[in-house]
Design a protein around this ligand. Structure first.
Ligand SMILES: Nc1nc2c(c(=O)[nH]1)N[C@H]1C(S)=C(S)[C@@H](COP(=O)(O)OP(=O)(O)OC[C@H]3O[C@@H](n4cnc5c(=O)[nH]c(N)nc54)[C@H](O)[C@@H]3O)O[C@H]1N2
Ligand SMILES: Nc1nc2c(c(=O)[nH]1)N[C@H]1C(S)=C(S)[C@@H](COP(=O)(O)OP(=O)(O)OC[C@H]3O[C@@H](n4cnc5c(=O)[nH]c(N)nc54)[C@H](O)[C@@H]3O)O[C@H]1N2
Ligand code: SF4
Ligand SMILES: [Mo]
Length: 843
């Protein structure tokens, strides 16, 4: 029995380079439930982050009572992390689940039946369509629905209504990942694979606290860094995260750039590669385009210049460049420290540039993981409920639009493609200005998760916009809605989803949803039928009624595109493991990594975008793109660094940045209802450096006021491991569990302080750059409620003063004596009956 709150990553299974990651099966059951009591194990995958760990759901008496990692799954080889173990099922039987639809009556939300609730939505929708047309309709969806649901929503929006105003919270999450792929490689699609971990010599993590946010993937890395012949880790993060500690431990580098200066740092690394001749000239000449321009753009970024801009040591920068420049195989991962920061797309693209300059792509150990965050964000991008066209099609290419029109049997003019799709930030802007009058929000909680909370509350609460919210709970957002629709969640419905490295899982329905809650697929279809959407033949649109039919329709839509699902089926996905796309005739068992040829989907007729200027976001035209004749070569694109929008001032002298803790997921609608997870991080805090805390007279646990030009929070201070000059706040804490406190009385929501400003290319908002000031309010009643187990820990010298975080319910963990065979694993055939030697002092 282990406590996986105290022991986040579980037991090490170190193994030699180039061998298969051993299997370890992690299991957690509700208190009082024994393994032999479980009536059914229902196959699924975890939906508490993008890692997509294969698991089976334990069912007893019609309830979900636990989870077990699946040993045969390529993603996790049996493991689960703290969120997956403790947070997957308790929310489902929470007494405050939404069980019936609600409508606003006399200012209050009251329960009603489906006919009344959907009747109101349809009535409002029809009226607006008649009066002002489809541009009155906006849809803001998620990274947490299933593929079938996104595709259905996309068809309803694009072919049924014809509105371009559709996006997901993926805009806040992985828009930059998709945008960066499109700019460099022509289309979305994760080049790398988790199996790169077994083969690489160095791992670079850019703005990615993987140790807390994809704990199982981090365990996979630890099983290499703690074994013989370990890879060297380089961490780029202003906080001393567990990733940063591992960088130090492996003889790598922790670069802590000043918040908002990522691009200057990347330009410095790129310049060093040129300067030191760490370039594969022949590869670059054969497979890329743009090297001379890139060289010119990065020329001014000498190590000394970069050191001055970023506050890093010039020697550390050189050392990091040397590790990149001289390692045989490098794996890079990128996440929110880059995506939600200033000049996001340019910084993410700069990571591609480094790989392309050395030809480090498309072979085991040389991968790029532009990470996703949410479990199904990938599917939203694929299916086009984020505004893009389904199948990574180019809205600006009439042939791509025609393909969809043929598929759906509608007039191509119905499908919005006269301008770029409207991004989420703009959708809220239109709702604010009054041109979007019906806003349908599914599986996301913008009242807590969007920047500048006071503004979002104002928009959602205004009478000018009719707001529909579809959720599991009466969230802070749902409380502001005109109609609330109760949804079935994970385990209560069937569907597929795809993780960061393209691996598709089928998640089967395990139990009935509570009360009258319905699957999101059924809800969307109910609306489509009530609206009477039909195709040119007069047949119902969408043409399907079940998840499997929706999946088959999607397979047809994906045919021939980079994201080819044609070789998949529900039956095939009922096997021992998830399967990575593309899956087609050429690759019937799926594809571990892309661009092994290396031919990139940059051809003008095939690509998903003609590209943009990375500084301004200005679009490249079709003619310009064609003139460059990329023909399968990747783009090297550079951009000069510019300072962030809000720099520290006399009034607001510190930099404010936000992010996550290992035990909570987003706005905590699931993890906040799981006892072990809730208690491990029960309330909000901010992290200050020792230097800043001392200067401000602040001690551990003091209540402090943090103010930005947009708002104020009052929370306890953790004297932590953030770099001097920066303040870090977790964004998880809204007001739903504060017993009736209105949002404007609660003072702990990080997004009260963030600002409405976004990257010009990906349109992803900047949650990680703003200015703030901090003042001490009073002494607290003990240490801050921040965990001590990871990045939020006090610095080592002060750690003893704070009790260690623990208290996970019992879990079991069994290392299998024999490792199963994993299809597509380049290390297949290697065996390691006994784990290899653990490096002394490193376990
Ligand atoms: N436990 C947990 N896991 C999760 C989630 C969760 O809510 N909880 N959410 C999932 C989702 S949707 C996502 S998107 C991912 C996010 O996963 P991550 O991106 O790993 O998480 P964050 O904490 O948002 O940000 C990562 C790091 O960025 C650093 N950072 C802040 N400002 C800067 C900067 O200017 N430059 C650089 N280089 N770094 C900076 C922060 O110090 C932080 O450690 O996690 C996924 N996994
Ligand atoms: N300051 C700051 N803000 C941030 C971030 C940050 O780092 N800093 N990160 C951003 C990122 S990366 C993300 S991904 C967002 C996340 O922000 P949100 O999307 O708002 O976060 P969640 O709490 O996961 O909201 C998902 C909602 O969907 C509901 N739900 C779950 N499953 C289902 C389902 O099957 N059907 C339906 N209908 N509902 C369901 C849940 O109850 C929950 O209310 O936050 C963003 N906001
Ligand atoms: S790493 Fe992510 S997908 Fe895997 S168990 Fe943890 S939360 Fe779930
Ligand atoms: Mo995210």
């Amino acid at each position: 029995m282990t406590d996986r709150i105290a022991d986040i990553w579980g037991e090490r299974t170190p193994h030699a380079k180039g061998t298969v990651w051993p299997a370890r099966v992690d299991l957690h059951l509700d208190e009082g439930v024994r393994e032999e009591d479980v009536e059914a194990w229902v196959p699924s995958a975890c939906v508490l982050c993008s890692n997509g760990c294969g698991c089976d759901i334990a069912v007893k008496d019609g309830r979900m009572v636990g989870v077990r990692g699946r040993a045969t799954d390529v993603v996790n080889h049996g493991r689960l992390g703290p969120k997956g173990l403790y947070g997957s099922t308790p929310w489902a039987s929470s007494p405050d689940r939404l069980r019936r639809p609600m409508v606003r009556e006399g200012g209050r939300l009251v329960e009603t039946d489906w006919e009344t609730a959907m009747g109101r939505v349809v009535q409002e929708s029809r009226r607006l369509l008649e009066e002002n047309g489809p541009l009155t309709h906006g849809f803001y969806t998620s990274g947490q629905l299933f593929l079938e649901e996104y595709y259905t929503l996309a068809v309803i929006g694009k072919a049924g209504l014809g509105t371009p105003h559709m996006d997901g919270n993926t805009r806040l999450c992985t828009a930059t990942s998709a945008a960066a792929f499109k700019e460099s490689f022509g289309a979305d699609g994760q080049p790398g694979s988790y199996t790169d971990i077994e083969h690489c010599d160095a791992i670079f993590l850019y703005g990615h606290n993987m140790a807390e946010t994809q704990t199982v993937l981090w365990a996979r890395i630890l099983d290499r860094t703690r074994a013989e012949d370990p890879p060297v880790v380089v961490c780029v993060d202003p906080r001393r995260t567990p990733v940063a500690e591992e960088a130090e431990r492996t003889g790598g580098v922790h670069l802590a750039p000043r918040v908002g200066t990522n691009l200057a740092l990347m330009n410095g690394l790129t310049r060093e590669l040129f300067e030191r001749g760490w370039i594969d000239e022949a590869w670059v000449a054969a497979h890329t385009i743009g090297v001379d321009d890139l060289r010119a753009v990065v020329e001014p970024y000498t190590p000394e210049e970069v050191a001055a801009t970023c506050g890093v040591d010039a020697g550390d920068l050189r050392r990091a460049a040397e590790i990149f420049g001289t390692s045989d195989n490098v794996l890079s991962t990128v996440l929110q420290g880059f995506y939600q920061s200033h000049q996001a797309t340019a910084s993410a693209v700069a990571v591609h540039n480094l790989h392309l300059l050395r030809g480090l792509i498309g072979r085991p150990g040389s991968g790029i993981l532009q990470m996703n965050g949410q479990p199904t964000a990938q599917n939203n991008r694929e299916c086009g409920a984020d505004g893009d066209l389904p199948g990574f099609r180019n809205w600006n290419n009439p042939r791509h639009v025609q393909e969809l029109a043929d598929l759906w049997n509608v007039d191509p003019l119905t499908i919005p493609h006269w301008a770029p799709p409207t991004n989420a930030m703009q959708i809220f802007g239109y709702a604010e200005q009054g041109s979007i009058e019906l806003l349908w929000i599914s599986a996301t909680n913008p009242a807590v998760s969007m920047p500048e909370s006071a503004r979002i509350r104002r928009i959602l609460g205004s009478d000018r916009c009719f707001v529909v919210v579809q959720d599991l709970f009466l969230t802070e957002t749902a409380q502001l809605a005109d109609v609330v629709l109760p949804a079935a969640g994970w385990g209560e419905k069937t569907g597929t989803f795809t993780n960061v490295n393209r691996t598709v899982h089928l998640s089967e329905k395990a139990v009935e949803p509570p009360g009258e809650a319905r699957s999101d697929l059924d809800i969307f279809l109910m609306y489509a039928r009530a609206m009477g959407f039909v195709d040119r033949a007069g047949d119902p649109l969408p043409s399907w009624n079940s998840p499997e039919e929706a999946f088959d329709a999607w397979r047809a839509a994906s045919a021939g595109r980079p994201v080819d699902y044609t070789g998949l089926s529900y039956d095939k996905l009922r096997g021992p493991t998830g399967i990575p796309w593309p899956v087609d005739e050429e690759a019937p068992e799926g594809t571990d990594r892309l661009y092994t040829d290396p031919v990139f989907p940059t051809d003008t007729d095939r690509c998903e975008t003609y590209g943009h200027d990375l500084v301004t976001g200005a679009a490249v035209t079709e003619q310009e793109h064609r003139a460059m004749a990329p023909n399968g070569r990747a783009f090297l694109k550079g951009a000069a660094y510019t300072p962030p929008h809000e720099e520290p001032s006399d009034d607001f002298p510190l930099l404010f940045t936000t992010g996550r803790t290992v035990y909570q997921f987003h706005t905590r609608t699931k993890t906040g209802r799981a006892r072990s997870l809730h208690e491990a991080a029960p309330d909000a805090w901010v992290e200050l450096s020792t230097t800043d805390a001392d200067a401000l007279g602040i001690s551990e646990g003091d209540v402090v006021r943090v103010e930005s030009p947009r708002g104020t929070i009052e929370v306890q201070a953790r004297i932590g491991q953030v770099m001097p000059g920066a303040v870090f706040a977790p964004f998880h804490y809204g007001s739903w569990d504060l017993d009736g406190l209105a949002p404007d009385q609660q003072h702990r929501q990080a997004n009260e302080l963030t600002m409405t400003v976004w990257d010009p290319v990906s349109k992803q908002p900047y949650f990680k750059t703003a200015a703030c000031r901090v003042t001490r309010v009073r002494a607290g009643d003990g240490p801050a409620p921040a965990p001590t187990t990871a990045a939020s820990a006090p610095p080592p010298a002060r750690r003893r003063a704070v009790p260690p975080t623990a208290g996970g319910g019992p879990t079991t963990s069994e290392v299998l004596p024999e490792t199963p065979t994993y299809p597509n694993d380049p290390a297949a055939g290697t065996s390691h009956p006994a784990p290899t030697r653990t490096i002394a002092g490193r376990s």
